[in-house]
Design a protein around this ligand. Sequence first.
Ligand code: FPP
Length: 286
Amino acid sequence: MLRPPPPTAIPEPARPDLPRHIGIIMDGNGRWARRRHLPRVAGHRAGVRAIRQVMEACNDAGVHILTLYAFSTENWQRPRGEVTSLMRLFQETMDGEIDELDAKGIQIRIIGDRAKLSPRLRETVDECEARTVHNRANVLNVAINYGGRSEVVEAIRELATRGVDLRTLDEATLSAALYTAGLPDPDLIIRTAGELRVSNFLLWQGAYAELHVTETLWPDFGPADVAVALGDFGRRRRTFGQVPETPAGGAAAGPAAGPAAGAAAGPAAHAGADAAHGTAIASRAG
Ligand code: FPP
């Protein structure tokens, strides 16, 4: 895997009850189009418009790292015409948006196996990354030909190739070999269009992510839905498998004061991420 150097100094969320990193499974484009008697690609085009709005809403809310699931390793099995349309859309969108994204200080990373992309698209994604690598306002990861299982397998293969002794492999070393190296794990994964599954998305990184599933189809997902998802996240009590501390009086801490308060790092620290926000967790063992 070829990855850009890890970003440093990406702004922290504006408030401690916000996620540092949101992953989004953008589902429902086909249904959105079908309901309007439009071709599926019209749904994907509408999906691109939604991306713009959602990126802005996240930035305005103070969340600065987003990962969008645009094309999975399984999506090649879609009808050939749809795959071609999607690839064309990726190309067009990147060509058309790069100036503005760069001007806004957004660092773009394409995560996934780019070997299967056309040489032209590969060149475009390489250029987008190279041009924005020093941007620090926001990080936008776009997952194209991405699969969580193959990401882990590839990372282990690469570590073996580099001569790392796999018998002593630890979580931080593996995290640092993933596409998301240097970024905090997603605290929140949003899935649109109602399906209750993670579909091979950020399997390793999402180990402790809060899930927010909405019936809203991706093209209809907008700033108000972002606000709902963030509100939902802010009310979660995050325990990372441990027991929330209770204040001396006995009552359990409320979500804002407890582990839900934007805790970004689980017990297994991920590379480059730190427990920036206080967590009040008492270990079950301790
Ligand atoms: C899932 O909806 C959506 C996709 C497989 C494609 C998502 C891609 C985009 C929104 C375009 C992104 C473009 C860039 C440049 C990032 P679906 O087609 O599976 O919907 P359905 O389940 O209703 O059929």
